[in-house]
Design a protein around this ligand. Structure first.
Ligand code: PEP
Length: 251
């Protein structure tokens, strides 16, 4: 049985003070009965304040990016160990905005996934096709390749830890959600690809989140699909009530 995971990607939103407030509101909205792993991913500058705010709550802390090196001359970058020092447990890797604006590739994602695993962070590896690719009938090809290249050589056991997020780029921040059938189809393909890469046990264990305009109104239907194990949430994660409702829709 896979534990669902719902993570909020706050992107470049929320100051440290605002992060503290949002986390307290989320914590106050939880019943304590949730069976879902709950993660919030604030900007780097809000991590220290967020680490204090998540104490004594079931909420875990994620980073939105990592540098794969331990230290060194990498101006503007943050190493996994520095994040762990602030209580970070998860890291989003190769979000489509990082692929689109910062030149991240499947190869650079693989380095980051490896570094996250080595340092004890849970990687949330993002994949997904653009609208152009979907309309050209290339979804399966593109997503399979992102999984094969971004997770090449990752040991089978690591699939019990790492998380894959399927985020169709055309659904991110657009209000246009994939139908539950469209999501399930790609999630099943991702699981089959993991099976081919690392075996059936790894495929059964790996958690695959859906991301792209998930809201309280559509979360339950998407999360009910057999290969969907929770969600990566952007806009709706910035409001405590909607994020809590989405967490609770996951289980
Ligand atoms: C995201 O950026 O990961 C995301 C899913 O955004 P939204 O929920 O706003 O579409």
């Amino acid at each position: 049985m896979r534990t669902p995971i719902v993570a909020g990607n706050w992107k470049m939103h929320k100051t440290a003070a605002e992060a503290r407030e949002l986390i307290s509101s989320i914590a106050a909205g939880l019943s304590g009965e949730e069976k879902t792993e709950i993660v919030v991913c604030p900007p780097f500058t809000a991590l220290a304040a967020s680490a204090e705010a998540v104490e004594d709550t079931p909420i875990r802390l994620g980073a939105q990016n990592i540098n794969p090196h331990d230290s060194g001359a990498y101006t503007g970058e943050i190493a996994p160990g520095m994040l762990k020092e602030h209580g970070v447990t998860h890291a989003i890797i190769a979000h489509s905005e990082r692929r689109q604006y910062y030149g991240e590739t499947n190869a650079s994602a693989l380095e980051k996934v490896k570094a996250a695993l080595t340092s004890g962070l849970v990687p949330i590896y993002c994949v997904g096709e653009t609208l152009e690719q979907r309309e050209a009938g290339e979804t399966a090809f593109v997503v399979e390749r992102q999984v094969r290249e971004g997770l090449a050589g990752i040991p089978a056991d690591a699939f019990k830890i790492l998380v894959i997020a399927y985020e169709p780029v055309w659904a991110i921040g657009t209000g246009r959600t994939a139908t539950s059938e469209q999501a399930q189809e790609v999630h099943a393909l991702i699981r089959a690809t993991v099976s081919a890469l690392a075996g059936v046990e790894a495929a059964d264990a790996v958690r695959i989140q859906y991301g792209g305009s998930v809201k309280p109104a559509n979360a339950a239907e998407i999360f009910a699909q057999p290969d969907v194990d929770g969600g990566l949430i952007g806009g709706a994660a910035l409001e405590a009530k909607s994020f809590v409702a989405i967490v609770q829709a996951a289980g």
